[in-house]
Ligand binder design. Structure first.
Ligand code: B12
Length: 319
């Protein structure tokens, strides 16, 4: 059963942690106590309390799956089942939930955004209030990476002329699930997509762009040790690649404050946004190709600057 800490509930409700603890002790919020004397509040009791308070709260703040039109009750049920199975280490059940959802027509992006990611948010909340052991979190990551690997094996390989996407997480970022998910979503969409892994220094990203000449580069940024160091490194990287490849970025550490200080083609909150963006990119690429078929252009006679400008015009967002 997932639990919420008094601290998390306090920030979700916009009240102080000490008020929450007092209401727990007075029985206003149904609370259990661990053997060590820590208060623990079930998600059901936290939700009930927020409802009674008439608070409008983002459910993901307390580790609940999104309830908006984006998340059907079917995927949130699946997410709950996936959470139970992955915390218990029941890998076979996890595999079945993921592959069955896919077989019943859910896209990879939706399965990742609405089944797996909310489950990991609950694991994070559970870890924070001592309800999920560190080994359970580590095991959950391993299980999930294995299942994603098996999923990739089932995706037919893309033809050699399919667009190429490469990417990974930046130097200070050990998180591997987001990048494995991006790689899979793009493969599912017919891209040749190759993860370069986690903790990539910017210098090696520059070398990868130079050597592999991708059509898209993704960067996942879930954790930054030093924001200024990241901004400096990113700026040199952006200058070095000189607009030759669209850059799609995502991840928890890319706050508005950070995003305002860097240049990129598109920021995605989740993988469904990535899917929409890449579909737009592919459509506009096809349109350009068919326009070129009508008016043949010899690319080698187009000045380099103009070619660069054309690539930049693909962007849905560039600032
Ligand atoms: C697993 C995990 C770890 C593992 C990761 C292992 C691995 N191999 O990946 C490890 C052990 C490294 C870890 C370490 C720590 N963790 Co941790 N971790 C988590 C956990 C439970 C899951 C993270 C995850 O992978 N989620 C699944 C991914 C897919 O979800 P996501 O990141 O939200 O990504 C979505 C979008 O952002 C987007 N996206 C992300 N990247 C990109 C990129 C592109 C291109 C696109 C298009 C989209 C996109 O799409 C995804 C799907 O929708 C989270 C809980 C949580 N809330 O997520 C805590 C959590 C992030 N960890 C936390 C903490 C505190 C830590 C540690 C400090 C713990 C410690 N004391 O050591 C360290 C810090 C290490 C570091 N240097 O960063 C806190 C962070 C709190 C905060 N305010 O920042 C969290 C929130 C847990 C909690 N509730 O307290 N952690």
């Amino acid at each position: 059963m997932p639990y919420v800490s008094p601290k998390t509930l306090a920030s979700a409700a916009g009240v102080s942690e000490s008020s929450i603890k007092r209401w727990c002790d007075q029985g206003v919020i149904a609370t259990e106590k661990t053997a060590g004397g820590h208060r623990r509040i079930t998600l059901a009791s936290a939700t009930e309390y927020l409802r009674k308070m008439g608070r409008s709260v983002a459910p993901q703040l307390i580790g609940l799956p999104l309830r908006s039109h984006e998340a059907s009750s079917a995927t949130s049920d699946m997410s709950q089942q996936f959470l139970n199975a992955i915390v218990l280490g029941d890998e076979e059940a996890c595999r079945q939930i993921i592959f069955q959802s896919h077989l019943t027509g859910e896209s990879a992006s939706r399965i990742f955004d609405e089944i797996i990611t909310p489950a990991f948010r609950c694991i994070g909340t559970g870890w924070e209030c001592d309800e999920v052991e560190i080994y359970q979190e580590r095991r959950a990551c391993g299980t999930c990476l294995r299942i994603i690997g098996e999923w990739q094996q089932r995706i037919p390989s893309s033809p050699a002329n399919a667009p190429l996407a490469i990417g990974g997480s930046v130097e200070s970022d050990p998180y591997s699930l987001p990048t494995a998910m991006v790689e899979t979503v793009l493969q599912q969409l017919g891209w040749r997509s190759k993860s370069l892994g986690s903790r990539l220094p910017f210098e090696t990203l520059i070398a990868a762009v130079r050597d592999l000449k991708p059509d898209l580069l993704w960067l996942s940024v879930s954790h930054l040790d030093d924001e200024q160091q990241f901004l400096d490194g990113y700026r040199s990287f952006y200058q070095a690649i000189d607009g030759i490849v669209p850059i799609v970025i995502g991840g928890r550490a890319l706050t508005e404050h950070v995003r305002q200080r860097i240049h990129y083609t598109c920021f995605c909150d989740n993988l469904q946004h990535l899917e929409s963006f890449t579909n737009t990119l592919v459509r506009s690429h096809r349109q350009r190709l068919s326009r070129r078929a009508l008016t043949p252009i010899n690319v080698s006679t187009v000045p380099k600057k103009a070619r660069r400008k054309e690539t930049r015009n693909d962007s849905t967002k560039d600032h």
